[in-house]
Design a protein around this ligand. Structure first.
Ligand code: DOR
Length: 304
């Protein structure tokens, strides 16, 4: 009986739990486990203008506290998504968020135009993939370039809200958050993965062929909470919080820090039902705290 609904940049969701881009594919595998309409939203796997094979393997390395990946944006391309995956996702009562990466600001513009025309509910502009240069670390760590990409996306997305996905691989994330807000972003999502490395002590080689990758999972939750808290104080636009969420308490921390909604990513690999569990536990926490709606958690961390 707690109201689970939230609004993110004008997009209303039945609950605040989204699945994070790159961890849910296009939903087809998860559709066997439960009705995808139980989720608040689905961030589809990251798209580029043309199909991509991604980086050479090995490109996944497990660690005790999280997963390193150097996938490098393997995907079928934006046109294949619109033709084959979006129609499947439209069978469910769930918000669909397309995640895009470009080699140039112009490529972001072209993809936004295609996706807005196809009727996605929101576009997540990825400027923070740690495994590619253009579109990844180059844009996500420089305020002027982050702003340029945001402007280009906004001017081609029509009425579709644009959310910019921020990198944790920076000294001051509020500089990037402010730059994209000023450039017209409707929301920000954070965090993408944190650069890391694992070495095989016997062969003395890095596990990943690319040497380094992006860390996700429980290890990054405190980093995500800190960065959401910092960004919430720096900007007025809403925040989709993510990074190591596997329980309601994790999601509640991100919401108290300032997130309007939360995404579950790496936890899906151990448990496909993780987002459903997070949703239910979040409702229980709100109820225990005497709230009538989970959205009352947002930004309500108390100062010492
Ligand atoms: O960790 C990540 N890996 N973040 C991204 O944004 C993209 C992905 C990849 O494909 O490398």
């Amino acid at each position: 009986n707690v109201d689970l609904s939230v609004t993110l940049a004008g997009m209303t969701m039945k609950n605040p739990v989204v699945v994070a881009s790159g961890t849910f594919g296009f939903g087809r595998e998860y559709g066997q486990f439960y009705d995808l309409g139980q989720l608040g939203g689905i961030c589809a796997k990251g798209l580029t203008l043309n199909p991509r094979e991604g980086n050479p393997a090995p490109r996944i390395a497990e660690t005790p506290m999280g997963i390193l990946n150097s996938v490098g944006l393997q995907n079928p391309g934006v046109d294949a998504f619109i033709a084959h995956e979006l129609p499947f996702l439209r069978n469910f009562d769930v918000k669909v968020i397309a995640n895009i990466s470009g080699n140039t600001p112009e490529e972001y513009g072209i993809m936004c135009e295609k996706l807005a025309g196809a009727g996605v509910d929101m576009i997540e502009v990825n400027i923070s993939c740690p495994n590619v240069k253009a579109g990844g670390l180059a844009y996500g760590t420089r305020p002027e370039l982050a702003a340029e990409v945001t402007q280009m996306a906004k001017s081609h997305a029509g009425k579709v809200p644009v959310m910019v996905k921020l990198s944790p691989n920076v000294t001051d994330i509020t500089l990037i958050a402010r730059a994209v807000e000023e450039a017209g972003a409707d929301a920000v999502s954070l965090i993408n993965t944190l650069r890391g490395m694992r070495i095989d002590v016997n062969t003395r080689r890095p596990i990943l062929k690319m040497n380094t990758g992006g860390l996700s999972g429980p290890a990054v939750l405190p980093v995500a909470v800190r960065m959401v808290w910092e960004v919430a104080q720096a900007v007025k636009i809403p925040i989709l919080g993510m990074g190591g969420v596997s329980r309601g308490e994790d999601a509640a921390q991100l919401m108290l820090a300032g997130a309007s909604a939360v995404a579950v990513g790496t936890a899906l690999f151990a448990d496909p039902y993780a987002p459903i569990k997070v949703r239910d536990e979040l409702g229980q926490i709100a109820q225990r705290q005497g709230l009538t709606a989970v959205k009352e958690l947002t930004g309500q961390v108390k100062p010492w």
